[in-house]
Design a binder for this molecule. Structure first.
Ligand code: FES
Length: 139
């Protein structure tokens, strides 16, 4: 039986995620249509859906390392560590290496440094499918 996406059709990507095909605790990529791929991480009763490009410099989060214990995703390019539940940056290991260069100066104000965060995507589950919203947010 074919089901329709919830709400207005243009509010969701056209291709839903088949939940029965997902592997728990594993970083996976799904094509949700229109040339858009998202990273999907199912864990317990939670499902995280996020943009595939790292917010730092576009690294491939499809190749990121997920830590179930800490609920974090580590980007393969520069090691930024993100909280998958909130999207917030938890750690940038390069800050420790660059600490001596990060002293406030006339040209560098630490409080104005970019605050990177994952782009979490909202979704709605109907039956065995998750319909991914075009808007940011959590389930
Ligand atoms: S591109 Fe992901 S940490 Fe730099």
């Amino acid at each position: 039986m074919t089901q329709s996406p919830p709400g207005p059709a243009d509010a969701f990507y056209p291709r839903p995620i088949e939940l029965r095909d997902l592997h728990r605790g594993v970083v996976q990529v799904r094509d949700v249509g229109e040339g858009v791929e998202v990273v999907v991480i199912p864990d317990g009763d939670k499902l995280y859906v996020l943009r595939e490009a790292c917010p730092h410099m576009g690294g491939p989060l499809s190749q990121a390392t997920y830590c179930r214990k800490d609920g974090t995703l580590e980007c393969p390019w520069h090691g930024y560590l993100f909280d998958v539940a909130t999207g917030a940056l938890r750690d940038n290991p390069n800050e420790r290496i660059m600490a001596s260069l990060r002293e406030p100066t006339e040209c560098f104000r630490p409080e104005r440094a970019p605050r990177y965060a994952l782009t979490l995507l909202a979704y709605t589950v109907i039956g065995d499918r998750a319909y991914v919203s075009r808007t940011r947010g959590r389930e």
